[in-house]
Structure formats: structure tokens, C-alpha cells
Design a binder for this molecule. Sequence first.
Ligand code: AMP
Length: 113
Amino acid sequence: MENCLFCKIAAGVIPSTKVYEDETVLAFRDIAPQAPTHILVIPKAHISGMSEVSAENAALVAHCLEVVALVARQENLTGGYRVVSNCGDDAGQTVHHLHFHILGGRKLSLEMA
Ligand code: AMP
């Protein structure tokens, strides 16, 4: 996707602070962290958000979640962490490329909205 920020980050055209990378998935630090540890996990292939998850891309999405768990271990988030994927305008999704936020490193508020 030509104008997708995270496609450009996945391609290395825009720099990021990578914490994990393999052939299909990338994890990098959020530029505006909301917690001491705030990492984004993305598929390198463009999926616009959770609403586009399907049988065709489910294996890739599952691999993203595998990487979420791996990165959380790597970051020593032993006290716990939150995984968030905002979908659509009402949820406040600003980048329309599927991503999973990993938030941790402090006690998080229980507020969900
Ligand atoms: P969302 O609002 O759920 O779509 O999340 C998008 C996230 O991308 C926000 O937390 C932003 O701070 C983060 N973000 C935007 N641009 C960059 C960038 N160049 N590098 C790292 N994170 C970014």
C-alpha cells in the first residue's frame, strides 16, 4: 500500500526502533509511548485492521500474536501487560494497517473506554 505508514516502516523506508523482525512480522517501539513499554506488532503484509481478518490471513494474524507473547517475554513484562488493537474510527484507529499494541511496565488502569 503506497501511502500506508506501517507498510513504509515494514519496508524500512521510514525508520523504526525494531525489537523483533522475521520474514512476515515486525515489532517496533511506539513513537508516542503510553506506558514504560509500548510496542507495536504488525504483519508486514497490508491488512487494514481487525475487520479485515479472514480465513485467508488468519495464520499470519496468529503469528503476530505469537510474536506479541515472544516480545513480552523478551521485554521482561513478568508483571503482566495489555494487548490492544483499535479497529475503526470509533475505537480511535489512526493507522489503518493492523497492529497490536503491547502496553506494560506499570500498573494499567482498568478503564476500557
Ligand atoms: P492506533 O491509534 O491504534 O491506530 O495506533 C497507532 C499508533 O502508531 C499510535 O500509538 C502512534 O503513536 C504510533 N505511531 C505513529 N507513527 C509512528 C511511527 N513513525 N513510529 C512508531 N509509532 C508510530
